[in-house]
Design a protein around this ligand. Sequence first.
Ligand code: CMP
Length: 143
Amino acid sequence: MERSFLMVKPDGVQRGFIGEIVKRFEQKGFQLVGAKLIQITKEQAELHYAEHTGKDFFERLVTFITSGPAFAMVWEGDQVVALSRIMIGKTNSMDAAPGTIRGDFAVHTNFNLIHGSDSLESAQREIANFFSEQELVSYSKSI
Ligand code: CMP
């Protein structure tokens, strides 16, 4: 079973989108196996965005993601990595289709509400950056 790291970014928390975003993934049929409100450290942010190191927006990105609480989640389910990226929508808010989270609610690429892992490898690294094994649960749906 796949797991993905998803995070409501500080703009999404401040705009009150935690509930809406959790609802969409629950309704899709994915299972929440870990969640917490966190204040991301500079070290965690630099590791999380390591692929963007050196780009012109890197410092702005680290400053933004550490600027206030974020809601970190681990979701489980078939194809959750690829499907959650579709549900999130394109990075550039101008390209994000209606019906996606960014397409419906985001107007700026720098403030695009939510992060989702782009591959299984990224998901493993990102989950380990923000969660300990003890913070994740494993359960079967019984109802
Ligand atoms: P995300 O894909 O979650 O992670 C990297 C973030 O960098 C991206 O969302 C945007 O919020 C931000 N960003 C800002 N400028 C750019 C850019 N030119 N290209 C890609 N990402 C950008």
